[in-house]
Design a protein around this ligand. Structure first.
Ligand code: CTP
Ligand code: CA
Length: 226
């Protein structure tokens, strides 16, 4: 791997990366979450460090060890992730939203553990904030973060769905992730992705290790910032 470190092409660039699956509390012990491992986000943080970036890793709970040299901010919920992202991207060059943010959360979280002797509870859900939409709104008048990259995890209609997210969330690039296959996406070390750009360009990568996908994404980021 090409390690250029502090003199690398992203030296003095602030890159904020989110990773992992958020956890939305049901009660004192239970959460709603998803199958994200955090691997792709952590690999992106390492790849950005390797080319000299100042990396802020905003991470939902994972079993991974954060890469050495990143500033790590631990969050649990989508709301906490939103706060951290808005705080850290005010002066950032780049935001990469690799996290799998919960789309729904319980409307109320019980402060005590729900006991099974009582009736079986039903959960009333509400939408979480869409972090990329909030970032896009603020970026429209603030100008920061200068570049925004999103992910799209799709089980069908990969390119059409990714294209619409690219536009709705006003991204510079989206990493469209095919999660229909066993060897790609959640809980595995490999990903099968297509990169879609705001100017209409598209690039499909073969099945790759997540750290190679990360290097490819950071490579494109370098050309976007030069
Ligand atoms: N995302 C976000 N805030 C949310 C949900 C998602 O910022 N509340 C980000 C993800 O981190 C990802 C991108 O939006 O970079 C697309 O996430 P995805 O789950 O694929 O799309 P959604 O807009 O949530 O739509 P859906 O899950 O219905 O396909
Ligand atoms: Ca979603």
């Amino acid at each position: 791997r090409w390690l250029s470190g502090r003199n690398g092409p992203l030296a003095k660039r602030k890159v904020v990366i989110t990773a992992g699956g958020t956890q939305e509390p049901i009660d004192a012990v239970r959460v709603i979450t998803n199958r994200s491992s955090g691997k792709q986000g952590y690999a992106l943080a390492q790849a950005a460090l390797d080319v000299g970036a100042d990396v802020v890793l905003i991470t939902a709970p994972t079993s991974l060890i954060p890469p050495y040299g990143a500033k790590v901010i631990k969050v649990r919920t989508a709301a906490e992730m939103l706060d951290a992202v808005l705080q850290e991207t005010q002066d950032a060059d780049v935001l990469i939203m690799a996290a799998a943010v919960a789309d729904f959360r319980p409307r109320v979280a019980q402060s005590q553990k729900i006991k099974k002797e009582r009736e079986i509870p039903s959960l009333e859900l509400e939408a979480t904030p869409d972090i990329l939409v909030e970032v896009a709104e603020r970026r429209a008048h603030l100008g920061y973060p200068r570049r925004v990259i999103g992910f799209a995890a799709e089980s069908e209609d990969l390119l059409a769905n990714a294209q619409s997210k690219l536009q709705r969330k006003r991204l510079d690039m989206i990493v469209a992730n095919d999660i229909s296959a066993q060897d790609a996406g959640f809980e595995v070390d490999t990903n099968r992705v297509t990169l879609l750009f705001a100017d209409g360009r598209m690039e499909t990568l073969p099945l790759m290790e997540k750290d190679k996908v990360a290097e490819a994404v950071i490579g494109h980021l370098i050309t976007m910032l030069i």
